[in-house]
Design a protein around this ligand. Structure first.
Ligand code: SF4
Length: 218
C-alpha cells in the first residue's frame, strides 16, 4: 500500500465532530479560501506531514480497538487529495468490516455536491455522511457539527441515515467543542460559533495571556 496523504494532524478521541468518540484526520491543503476560515494552517499543500495509508489505517485500527464509534475526515480540503483519500477510506472500510460494531465515516468537504467530478464523487462512496459546502462567515449557525448555515449534512448510507438523521436540524444551545494541547500548542476541535474565538482571545487577555499566533488570523 504505497498511497500517501498529506495531513495536518490526527487525533483520537475526538467528540466534537460527529457522534461518539472518533478518530479524526485533518487533511492538509485547501485552495478554497473561505473568508473567516479558522484553519489557515491547513491551506498550504506542502504544509503538514506526509502519512502513508498504512500508517493511517493502523491509527484507525488502534482507535477501533479502543472503542471508536467512527472516523471523521476534515481539513483542509480532503477531496483535493481524492485518489489517496479513496485508498485510505477503502483500507479503513476493510478494518470496520472485521469488527462486529457499526462504525461510521463522516467526511467534510468545502465543495458543494454539484461541483464534484466523478473522481471526487467516487471518494464519497464509502462515506456514511458528508458535510458539503464552504464556510460562509456571514451565515452563522447553531446547527451541530457545521460552521455555517449553508453547509448541508447529507447521510448517504443506511447507517448514516440511522445515526445522523436526528442531527440534521439539531441546534443545541451549546455546540460541542474540544480543546487539546500538543506540546506548547493548544488547538480547538469542532466548529466554533460566531464570536467564540473572539471571546476566547478576550478571556485569555483578561488573565494576562496574549495569543500571538493563531490559525484563524493571517
Ligand atoms: S473552511 Fe475548510 S474549505 Fe474553507 S478555506 Fe478553510 S479549510 Fe478550506
Amino acid at each position: 500500500m504505497s498511497a500517501r496523504l498529506r495531513i495536518s494532524r490526527t487525533h483520537y478521541p475526538v467528540h466534537a465532530l460527529g457522534p461518539g468518540n472518533r478518530l479524526t484526520v485533518w487533511v492538509q491543503g485547501c485552495t478554497l479560501s473561505c473568508k473567516g476560515c479558522m484553519s489557515l494552517d491547513t491551506w498550504p499543500a506542502d504544509g503538514g506531514v506526509e502519512a502513508s495509508v498504512t500508517e493511517l489505517a493502523a491509527l484507525w485500527r488502534s482507535a477501533v480497538e479502543q472503542g471508536a464509534d467512527g472516523l471523521t475526515v476534515s481539513g483542509g480540503e480532503p477531496l483535493q487529495q481524492a485518489d489517496d483519500l479513496a485508498t485510505f477510506l477503502t483500507a479503513a472500510d476493510e478494518v470496520r468490516r472485521e469488527v462486529a460494531r457499526e462504525l461510521d465515516f463522516l467526511v467534510y468537504t468545502g465543495y458543494d455536491e454539484d461541483e464534484l467530478d466523478e473522481t471526487r464523487l467516487a471518494v464519497l462512496a464509502l462515506a456514511d455522511v458528508v458535510v458539503f459546502g464552504r464556510f460562509e462567515v456571514a451565515k452563522p449557525t447553531k446547527l451541530v457539527w457545521r460552521g455555517s448555515a449553508n453547509q448541508r449534512m447529507v447521510p448517504r448510507t443506511e447507517l448514516g441515515r440511522r445515526r445522523y438523521s436526528g442531527f440534521i436540524d439539531h441546534a443545541p444551545e451549546k455546540g460541542p467543542l474540544q480543546i487539546e494541547v500538543r506540546g506548547n500548542d493548544p488547538w480547538i476541535i469542532g466548529t466554533p460559533r460566531k464570536g467564540t474565538l473572539r471571546n476566547l482571545d478576550r478571556s485569555l487577555k483578561s488573565v494576562g495571556l496574549r495569543v500571538t499566533d493563531t490559525t484563524w488570523r493571517p
